[in-house]
Write a protein that binds this ligand. Structure first.
Ligand code: ATP
Ligand code: MG
Length: 185
């Protein structure tokens, strides 16, 4: 069978927001990276907060070659039990990550920029609303921007072209099943 490859008549750089309490936001963003790589598109993933606990996507994206790069900038989830770093340190980290976002976003080297858990970073005041809105304002027209994390700010949602809220119907943790590699991290 012949396979058709569609081309849009007009290219749009979309703002996609993935939020909600259910599982599937980060992995949906990683799915877009996989899909984009298939189109030979270049993807940059910048993870806020994450960095202290290994997650499979860190090496998984390397299997996609040079098309996808991932920067894990955080020191774990600020304020959760067992995280030893003060808010000021998490904030300093997130502020550095914003500089990386600007640099990557304006470099012209990428087709897709994924800002994973940036909603959480905003909610926890590691970054400010005007800083997130500035990213949206300065986004190059054809760059796709994917934003993930619980508790997306209403103003961020209002700027999205595509926004999804992932609802939790249930989650394995409710049965006391611990996080499983490949699925949860
Ligand atoms: P995933 O990375 O699996 O797509 P997510 O990005 O939607 O999940 P996060 O809020 O970023 O969800 O949570 C990250 C991790 O916590 C994942 O391993 C996920 O399975 C797990 N998780 C998601 N929802 C819950 C929950 N309600 N309680 C405990 N752990 C959860
Ligand atoms: Mg996530």
């Amino acid at each position: 069978m012949e396979i058709n490859k569609l081309e849009p008549e007009k290219k749009h750089g979309l703002v996609v927001v993935l939020t909600g309490n259910g599982k599937g936001k980060t992995t949906s963003a990683m799915g877009m990276a996989l899909r984009a790589a298939g189109h030979q598109m270049r993807v940059c993933i910048i993870q806020f907060m994450k960095g202290d606990i290994y997650s499979g996507e860190w090496d998984g994206v390397k299997l996609l070659g040079d098309l996808v790069e991932l920067h894990s900038t955080g020191k774990g989830f600020c304020g959760i039990q067992g995280n030893p770093y003060p808010h000021s340190e998490h904030r300093e980290n997130a502020q550095q990550a914003l500089k990386l976002v600007d640099q990557k976003m304006l470099s012209g080297e990428y087709d897709v920029l994924i800002l994973d858990e940036i909603n959480n970073a905003l909610q926890l005041k590691l970054i400010d609303l005007d800083q997130v809105l500035a990213i949206l304002d300065n986004k190059p027209e054809l760059l796709h921007l994917v934003i993930t994390g619980r508790d997306a700010h209403e103003e961020v949602l209002s700027r999205a072209d595509t926004a999804s809220r992932v609802d939790e119907i249930t989650h394995a943790y409710r049965k006391d099943i611990e996080p499983q590699p490949g699925i949860d991290y």
